[in-house]
Design a protein around this ligand. Structure first.
Ligand SMILES: NCc1cc(CSc2ccccc2)c2nc(N)[nH]c(=O)c2c1
Length: 376
């Protein structure tokens, strides 16, 4: 069974489960570090294993653009190419086309766009993005979808949703006769859209459920809408989606967003925040967020987080990390990234423990008091 739902917290919709892939089992709730170009920036696969990452993300758009999915296929697939033998999830690429703001034109067949690298024209179709993900060999693939901008008119959200459902239908058809390239199984997730319109969200979820996918992503959120709307739509979607299938909230989020979404029945998360913030000198700790470049840490001999067991916190001081940032030293990026990814993975592991003990909500309230502070 691809997804085992082990337990649902008695006081909320928070769930503990296991995703079984041919590149290992993944305990949920899970955070997936983003490795856009076949690397989680500043980390080696060895670092990722040391922080117990069980699944990372690759980006179909970027890898298609460079070095190209055919080259990666020649290299034996993305796992071998990047030296990562645990699980990989890849996005379909449509979202990246929209967020790169290059010329793009959507029609019933797919998305026509210009490369951000050399200006060449390309067209992502439901079939092409699956071919690319087949060449990459991702364990979990995403269908091509359109993520409507926020805000969108109701009319736009309706039309866009119809297209996303049509594209998902084509993808499901291709997937029904699926022959993986490298011998390991590949799973296909659908993506629920519909903006912040609940009736369109329901239409989307029910149409995709009829097509029976192994898992369901909630897309089109964390695109600028107010947080309470994001959580309200998330809660609404998880009410409809199959209980026995994994739910993936795309592109979310800050540590507190993830804890709120877990309470509303989400199992999988990805976000660039831990890796991007680390590169900018901001780290997350059990006592709150910390801007390491700040002068207040100039002579601070304490570790980033005294409660953290990561390599960075066990071996280096805040003063040293601040020095590395000021000196523009690459090691600073690596050490802060190790810590932040470790923190996110630790947080969701703690969440899972609380769920299994049926005290997720009280645990969440306690931890939120601490991690949402700013360390002065
Ligand atoms: N900001 C939210 C968000 C993020 C991503 C990207 S998630 C990602 C990023 C890199 C690698 C893998 C997954 C999305 N992807 C798709 N296909 N559809 C969405 O609505 C959407 C919304």
């Amino acid at each position: 069974m691809f997804f085992d739902l082990k337990h649902t917290d008695v006081n909320s919709k928070a769930r503990a489960g296991v995703l079984n892939t041919d590149h290992g089992s993944i305990e949920t709730p899970i955070f997936m570090p983003v490795g856009t170009q076949g690397t989680v920036k500043a980390l080696s696969p060895r670092d990722l294993k040391e922080v117990n990452a069980s699944i990372i993300l690759g980006n179909t758009y970027h890898l298609y653009m460079r070095p190209g999915h055919r080259l990666i296929e020649k290299m034996g697939g993305l796992h071998r190419f990047m030296g990562w033998d645990r699980a990989i999830l890849t996005d379909s690429g449509g979202f990246q086309v929209f967020s790169l703001k290059e010329l793009r034109k959507i029609d019933d067949e797919g998305i026509l766009f210009q490369s951000h690298l050399d200006g060449s024209y390309h067209k992502f179709t439901p079939q092409l993005v699956l071919e690319i993900q087949r060449s990459l060999g991702s364990d979990i693939m995403m269908v091509l979808d359109e993520c409507p901008p926020y805000p969108s008119t109701r009319d736009y959200a309706l039309k866009s949703n119809q297209l996303t459902i049509d594209w998902a239908r084509q993808a499901r058809e291709i997937f029904s006769g699926w022959q993986p390239l490298y011998g390991h199984r590949q799973w296909l997730f659908a993506i629920v859209q519909g903006g912040t319109f609940k009736d369109i969200r329901e239409q989307s979820a029910r149409a995709l459920m009829e097509l029976d996918f192994p898992g369901y992503a909630i897309g089109g959120l964390a695109v600028g809408e107010p947080k309470d709307e994001m959580f309200d739509i998330t809660d609404f979607c998880t009410e409809i989606l199959p209980e026995q299938k994994p739910r993936y909230l795309m592109g979310v989020g800050m540590p507190d967003d993830i804890l709120e979404a877990i309470e509303r029945g989400v199992d999988m998360f990805d976000c660039v925040i831990p890796t991007r913030n680390a590169r900018n000198g901001t780290v997350f700790t059990t006592e709150g967020k910390m801007v390491l470049k700040s002068a207040r840490f100039k002579e601070d001999t304490k570790p980033v987080d005294a409660n953290c067991q990561c390599y960075t916190c066990k071996n280096f001081s805040r003063a040293y990390l601040r020095h590395l940032y000021n000196a523009n030293e690459i090691l600073g990026l690596t050490l802060a990234t190790i810590h932040n990814v470790h923190f996110y993975l630790w947080l969701v592991r703690q969440a899972r423990k609380a769920i299994l003990q049926d005290n997720y909500v009280s645990w969440k309230e306690r931890i939120l008091q601490k991690i949402t502070r700013v360390v002065e």
